[in-house]
Design a protein around this ligand. Sequence first.
Ligand code: ZN
Length: 191
Amino acid sequence: MGVDFGVKTLAVLSSGIEFKGLKPYRNAGAKLARVQRKLAKKVKGSKNWEKFQRSVQKLHHRVANLRKDYLHKMTTYIAKNHSVVVIEDLNISGMMANHKLAASIGDLGLHEARRQLQYKCERYGTKLVIADRFFPSSQLCSNCGNKQAMPLSERVYNCKNCGTQIDRDWNASLNLERYSEHGSTRKPGSG
Ligand SMILES: [Zn+2]
């Protein structure tokens, strides 16, 4: 099974299952930002400041727990229910250089997801394959093997060769699944 980790959707599995990321977490995150803005306006050390300080800490804690729970549920599901799991060799530092992406990736905890997957796959006897970092999982057509440029803004893979139209992330996860079968970037049918 292939897993594509992304920015828009936390993880898309080649089986078609999606882990969208955590909505309660996003809501709590927005609330946290609001309370922090209010806190900044209070006189430091005042009763009011202390009150807001406490709610900030509580929210931080809640957000961290929600995220941890969600990631654990996701990685357990992936590791427990498949015999082979293929993920990308995430070039996280490269992605972090793109500031727009950095915020959402930091949010999603991709580092943590990957760390959990590694030890859980071991625990459940699942083989974890990390695809070569140059494997163009987003650029290949999962139907015909055609390769074309896929700017990040394009959410749908429209194959110029066979006409397949498929969600960008799902296409990538299908290519990753195939990677485990062929172990290379060979086109299907090319031997
Ligand atoms: Zn195609």
